[in-house]
Design a protein. Structure first.
Length: 300
């Protein structure tokens, strides 16, 4: 089996565990921003220590970091922070599986953004897959208590948060790949680890400063919730490193295709762990959206 495939499966599994833990934190004493800080605060030191040990053991030195690296890292870091806050807020409005599925629209939005902004071509099959995905998004956008719905019912907070998170995750993914590839290192693990270390350090500092200014009680609350929050950091570190490495080893389209297994993981967690009911309409929406994304990553 090619190495990037099990790495991608591991990334999806760790990411599902991290979202589960963040959901629990956000339903307790932490705000959405506080739960997001927990992800970075407890993973940044571990990532920095890990990449330091790896570089030393492999006899590699720190490479030059060009200006483009810092631009890509900063842009990706901010986009990921905002996307994570949006997903955590979404968990309070809809169930766990639907929340994770919404943020998976990042795959479709990345294609559309490339076409609109960069002029990248999209095939007829690609647009067809996006159209199919739109049906799934519409089904997921409607609150489950509505038996019948119209266009006005689609304009709700959960839909905005989900689609916004997908867009921001698409921006962060492209930025992280750009940052990683700008480093003059042949070792993909070193490139991924070093990029991850810089990004998580920047994100931790930014979140602490923001919360210290806007909501200082949340910084203390994150420390108070450390028994759970430290596991958020560990799962975040493991998942992010796997994603960064997989995108370094293989084309992002193939990685995203395999990564859709996260939808299965999140569905199982929603039913078996959180004991949440998933309506037939939501199941249909997730199924259609998953089919759309799988089709899309195969034709782009």
């Amino acid at each position: 089996m090619t190495l990037w495939i099990p790495i991608t499966l591991a990334a999806a599994f760790f990411q599902t565990l991290r979202f589960m833990l963040q959901r629990q934190l956000s339903l307790g004493t932490l705000s959405a921003a506080g739960a997001t800080l927990a992800r970075f605060l407890y993973s940044a030191p571990l990532v920095a220590f890990g990449i330091g040990v790896y570089l030393t053991a492999s006899g590699q030195s720190l490479p030059a970091m060009p200006p483009t690296f810092w631009v890509y890292a900063a842009l990706g870091g901010v986009a990921q922070i905002l996307a994570t806050v949006a997903v955590v807020m979404l968990f309070k409005a809809r169930n766990f599986a639907v929340g994770v599925t919404f943020q998976k629209t990042a795959v479709m939005q990345a294609v559309l953004s490339g076409w609109l902004v960069l002029g990248d071509t999209v095939s007829v099959w690609g647009f067809g897959a996006i159209a199919i995905g739109l049906v799934g998004v519409l089904l997921l956008s409607v609150p489950p208590e509505l038996a019948r719905f119209g266009w006005r019912d689609l304009m709700n907070r959960a839909a905005g948060l989900g689609l916004g998170a997908g867009f921001l995750f698409a921006i962060s993914g492209v930025s992280y790949r750009g940052a990683s590839l700008s480093l003059a290192l042949d070792d993909p693990f070193a490139r991924a680890g070093l990029t991850l270390a810089v990004v998580t350090a920047m994100q931790t500092v930014a979140m602490v400063l923001w919360l210290h200014w806007r909501d200082p009680g949340q910084v203390r609350a994150v420390w108070g919730a450390r028994r759970v929050a430290v596991w958020v950091g560990l799962m975040s570190m493991a998942g992010s490193f796997c994603w960064f490495t997989a995108f370094t080893l293989q084309n992002a389209a193939y990685v995203n295709a395999v990564g859709q297994i996260e939808l299965v993981f999140s569905g199982l967690a929603s039913v078996l762990i959180f004991r949440e009911a998933i309506t037939r309409r939501e199941l249909a929406g997730m199924g259609i959206l998953m089919a759309s994304i799988l089709t899309l990553v195969l034709v782009i």
